[in-house]
Every structure is written in C-alpha cells, then in structure tokens.
Write a protein that binds this ligand. Structure first.
Ligand code: MN
Length: 200
C-alpha cells in the first residue's frame, strides 16, 4: 500500500466543497481530511441531479479526487468518456447514498453504484510514477478492483486546470475489457441493492 501524507488544506478543494453546501439541510458529510486512514478506495456514485451523471472518485492525499462522468464509465477500450473534474470530496462521502434536498447544491438522488480499491499504475518513461504527480501531469492510470468494474483505466486531461478541467476516461485493453454496458446491465446500488428510482 502506498504511504501518503495528508495534503495541506491549500492543496485540496474541500473548502470549495463546503462552500457549496448547507450542512444543516443536506445529509452529505462536512468532512475532514483523513490522510492517515488511507485505504486506497474508489467509488462511483450515480447521481440524478439536474442532469444524470456518474461521479468517479478515488482517495488521494486525504480526500476523494472527483470527476463527473455524464455517460458513466465504459468497459469498452474503444469508447472515450468525458470526465469533468469536480471539487475534492471528503473520504466519508464514498458511503453517501440518499437524497440531496431540493434547492441544495446537486439536489437529487445518489446511489453507490460501485466501489472497491485501486492501485496506481501510472508510468512515465517506462517507470512507475506517483499518482499525485501523474494527476498534475494530466495522465493517470489506475487499476480498479470493484464489484462491477475491474482492470485498468486511463484518465487523460484534454483541457483546463484543476476543478472543471476536462478529461477522457478510457478502459485499457486487458482481460476485463468487454463490450458490455455495466451502467445499463447493472443499475443497482452495490450497498442497498436499490435502483436510483427506488431511493426515497
Ligand atoms: Mn454529482
């Protein structure tokens, strides 16, 4: 397992996360950086906000680095999915499933569509590269060990910096690559077994 130091507050975007939310109104966690508790988790949350999307997040530096993927992840290496970086989220957000109230930021239902652990597979000139450096470079590769998604994914930044930057999420050709559409074939939460329509 990677050894990680918590990021300084100035290096993450939890301030942006908190400014957007009223924690008296939403059940989403306010969050504290948890660098010491690094477990190498990832999560994909299906989020029926004003536009349906999938939030792809993985733990790095005590927060969840986050992207909104409008069409969700693909397991087909020929498919490139737009992924827009969003503000860092608290690590405990990975367990959030429920409804963000009307009028609040991101109002709508959320389910935990997939989760598990990941391994950094980023490389530079044939040598392994630390994930935070790969992220800054705008080209990361991570291997997912989820319940639905497995194998390597590459994210490549195509424009912008930090929050709101545009990336492409692409399945690597490996033994888990396939032509399936897991978002359609397996729509349920891996926590509650509910579909997003069934969330109260
Ligand atoms: Mn979202």
């Amino acid at each position: 397992m990677l050894e990680q130091k918590p990021m300084a507050d100035s290096d993450n975007h939890l301030n942006i996360y908190r400014e957007k939310r009223n924690f008296n109104r939403t059940n989403e966690p306010a969050g504290i950086p948890q660098g010491k508790l690094f477990k190498g988790i990832f999560v994909i949350q299906k989020h029926a906000a004003s536009a349906l999307h999938y939030d792809f997040r993985f733990e790095l530096g005590g927060v969840l680095k986050s992207w909104a993927v409008p069409k969700g992840p693909s397991v087909n290496p020929e498919v490139k999915r737009l992924a827009v970086m969003t503000e860092d989220h608290p690590v405990e957000y990975s367990e959030f499933e429920g409804t963000i109230p009307d009028g609040e930021y991101g109002a709508g239902k959320v389910i935990v569509w997939d989760n598990g652990t990941y391994t950094n597979k980023s490389v530079k000139n044939g040598k392994s590269l630390e994930l935070n450096k790969a992220l800054k470079k705008g080209h990361i590769t991570i291997e997912l060990n989820g319940k639905k998604l497995k194998g390597e994914y590459t994210l490549i930044r195509t424009g912008g910096i930090e929050v709101k930057s545009r990336w492409l999420m692409i399945k690597k050709k490996d033994s888990y690559a396939a032509l399936d559409e897991p978002t359609i074939e397996h729509p349920q939460s891996i926590v509650s077994g509910l579909t997003i329509e069934q969330i109260k």
